[in-house]
Design a protein around this ligand. Structure first.
Ligand SMILES: Nc1ncnc2c1ncn2[C@@H]1O[C@H](COP(=O)(O)OP(=O)(O)OP(=O)(O)O)[C@@H](O)[C@H]1O
Length: 247
C-alpha cells in the first residue's frame, strides 16, 4: 500500500480550478518530485494534502485512511509535515525556539524538544551559530534551513517541501539538496520544485503538472529523455533548454 495515494483530486479557489483530476502515489521511503511552471498547481497539491486547501472532489489516502477535508492540525498529528514556500520564521524567537515550534504537535516535553532541536544543528551546521540568538539576520538559505528543521521536528512520516531552492544561490541550493538526501534516509518526501535538474536529482519518481493536470510522470531518467519536461518549463513550446538536454 502506498504511504500517500491521491485519487482524481480536484481543488478550486472560487471560480479558479487549480487542480483537475490529479492522481499519483508516494511509496514509503521514496522522494517524489512535482515539477511545473508557476501556477501549475504544485503548491495547491501540497496544500490539499496538509489540509490548507479543501478538495472539491477526489480523495487523499494517507496510510490507507482518507484525510481529504480534515483540518491541518489533525493531519500534522497523523504524521504529515508541510514546509511551505516563503520560509516564515518568527523574529521574536531565537532560531532554536523557531525550530522547536515544529514539535508542538507531539507529546514530547520541552526538554526532549530542546535536545532534538540541538541535534538538528548536526544536519544544519550552517545555522548552529544562530541557535540562541535573538535579533538574528539570516540569509535566504539559512531561513530555508530553519524552515526545514522545523518541519522535521514534527517527526513526520511524510515531509512536504515547497520549493526549497526558490531564490537561493546555486551553491546554497546544493547545500539544501544535500540535506534532502540525508532526510530521505528516514523520511518519505514529496517535493515541489521549479528547478527540474535539482528536483529530479534526488527523486525516485517525478510528475509534471501543467495548468492543474499531471501531464507526465515517471522515473527521473525517463523524464529527462522526454522533451515534454523541457516544454513544461518553457511554456509548452517544446524547445528543450540547453541545461536540461545536457543532463
Ligand atoms: N489563494 C488563492 N486564491 C485564488 N487562486 C489561487 C490561490 N492560490 C493559488 N491560486 C491559483 O491556483 C492555481 C495554482 O496555483 P499554485 O500556487 O498551486 O501553483 P504552483 O504550481 O504552486 O505555482 P507557484 O510556483 O507560483 O506557487 C493558479 O492559477 C493560482 O493563480
Amino acid at each position: 500500500m502506498p504511504l500517500l495515494e491521491i485519487n482524481d483530486l480536484n481543488v478550486r479557489y472560487g471560480e479558479i480550478v487549480a487542480l483537475r483530476g490529479v492522481s499519483f502515489n508516494v511509496e514509503e521511503g521514496q522522494v517524489v518530485t512535482l515539477l511545473g511552471a508557476n501556477g501549475a498547481g504544485k503548491s495547491t497539491t501540497l496544500r490539499a494534502i496538509s489540509g490548507l486547501a479543501k478538495p472539491a472532489s477526489g480523495d487523499i489516502l494517507f496510510d490507507g485512511k482518507s484525510i481529504a477535508g480534515l483540518g491541518p492540525e489533525a493531519i500534522v498529528r497523523m504524521g504529515i509535515s508541510h514546509v511551505p514556500e516563503g520560509r516564515r520564521v518568527f523574529p521574536g524567537l531565537t532560531v532554536k525556539e523557531n525550530i522547536m515550534l515544529g514539535g508542538s504537535n507531539r507529546k514530547a516535553s520541552k526538554a526532549e524538544l530542546s535536545g532534538e532541536a540541538d541535534a538538528m544543528f548536526d544536519l544544519f551546521p550552517d545555522i548552529r551559530k544562530f541557535s540562541g540568538a535573538l535579533g538574528w539576520t539570516l540569509s535566504g538559505g539559512q531561513l530555508q534551513m530553519v524552515a526545514v528543521a522545523r518541519g522535521l521536528m514534527a517527526k513526520p512520516r511524510l515531509l512536504l517541501l515547497d520549493e526549497p531552492s526558490l531564490g537561493l544561490a546555486p551553491v546554497i541550493v546544493q547545500a539544501v539538496f544535500r540535506i534532502i538526501t540525508e532526510i530521505r534516509l528516514s523520511t518519505t518526501v514529496l517535493l515541489v520544485e521549479q528547478n527540474a535538474r535539482m528536483g529530479l536529482s534526488v527523486a525516485d519518481q517525478g510528475y509534471v503538472l501543467e495548468t492543474g493536470r499531471i501531464v507526465l510522470g515517471g522515473k527521473p531518467e525517463d523524464l529527462w529523455a522526454n522533451e515534454a519536461i523541457a516544454a513544461a518549463y518553457l511554456g509548452g513550446h517544446g524547445k528543450p533548454a540547453a541545461g536540461l538536454a545536457a543532463h
